[in-house]
Design a protein around this ligand. Structure first.
Ligand code: NAP
Length: 291
């Protein structure tokens, strides 16, 4: 069993980007600039945005964090996005989800200029991804593809089972894995909360991507020997022994599943860091297109 170390792979990608950014600076060109908007002060969102801003600093990108109050109106947020759309210095715009209930995710995503949609959630980006046209790929599935590539995991002809069909993880993951590329060329089954006999599908899987947000949902009896298991889940569970009062759990029961796998991602340290690496790559590419 080999651990797919997201920290290591992510660091390798960020090291490459660092060199490319330094080169841009030497050539007197503009360096990438990511603008992140955080509405409210959800604890997990604060952590994710802080990690993204830190990653920008590390690779030499410019970053701007715009904090807005939880009771910000939808119109005010849309105006803020429009300002960033019109700012020629900004290459990538990220609005941290989830948003407060009174704000429509859909309106906000649709308001972002597709040329700056480094999260890859805009319908134009999604459409291009489905068609296999170059575009910004959604960061988490893109990060998983980069991780599979980094470890040269064979995907061609394999049966991949994706658990979860959200627009940000499960659905695009199924599209990318079934695409005609490397990694890719899988036969994909997508499961969700209405899937009957989910365990039977999982037992047929060469690759399982668990993205449902149910801690330790995938157990050893659901996994065949030699499978590749990608755990996307991150759930905060109470833990009084930690200073924070919580710890992170994945969707896979790691201790029992890992011994059966050929490859597995840990939580934390697997998919999470790859999501950030993919976001950095998207932002860099956005800047390069304009440079
Ligand atoms: P989501 O929007 O809540 O979607 C969850 C999906 O799982 C839905 O499609 C749902 O089915 C399905 N599901 C829920 N319970 C199920 C069950 N018992 N059996 C089968 N399918 C079930 O979640 P998400 O945004 O995709 O995120 C999923 C997990 O990944 C969360 O833990 C999230 O924190 C984590 N995540 C991690 C990263 C990272 O960087 N590592 C990034 C994004 C998300 P229905 O469609 O039928 O409701």
């Amino acid at each position: 069993m080999q651990i797919l170390d997201g920290k290591k792979a992510s660091q390798a990608i960020r090291d490459e980007l660092k060199i490319e950014v330094a080169q841009l600076a030497i050539e007197g060109k503009k360096v990438p600039h990511l603008a992140a908007i955080l509405v409210g002060n959800n604890g997990a969102s604060e952590t994710y945005v802080a990690a993204k801003v830190k990653a920008c600093e590390e690779v030499g990108f410019k970053s701007t964090l715009i904090r807005m109050e939880a009771d910000t109106t939808e119109n005010r947020l849309l105006e803020q996005i429009e300002d960033l759309n019109n700012d020629p210095d900004v290459d990538g715009i990220l609005v941290q989800l989830p948003l407060p209930k009174h704000i429509s995710d859909e309106k906000v995503i649709n308001a972002i200029d597709p040329d700056k949609d480094v999260d890859g959630f805009h319908p134009v980006s999604v459409g291009k991804m489905v068609l296999g046209t170059p575009t910004f790929l959604p960061a988490t599935p893109h990060g998983i593809m980069l991780l599979l590539k980094y470890y040269k995991v064979e995907t061609k002809g394999k049966h991949a089972v994706v658990i979860g069909r959200s627009n940000i993880v499960g659905r695009p993951m199924s599209v990318l894995l079934s695409g005609n590329g490397n990694p890719g060329n899988c036969t994909v089954t997508i499961c969700h909360s209405n899937t009957k006999d989910l365990k039977e599908f999982c037992l047929q899987a060469d690759i399982i991507v668990a993205a449902l947000g149910r801690p330790e949902f995938v157990t050893a009896d659901m996994v065949k020997e030699g499978a590749v298991v990608i755990d996307v889940g991150i759930t905060r569970v109470e833990d009084d022994t930690r200073k924070s009062g919580f710890r992170l759990k994945g969707d896979v029961q790691y201790d029992t599943v890992a011994p059966k796998c050929s490859y597995i991602t840990p939580v934390p340290g697997g998919v999470g860091p790859m999501t950030i690496a993919a976001l950095m790559k998207n932002t860099f590419n956005s800047c390069k297109m304009k440079n």
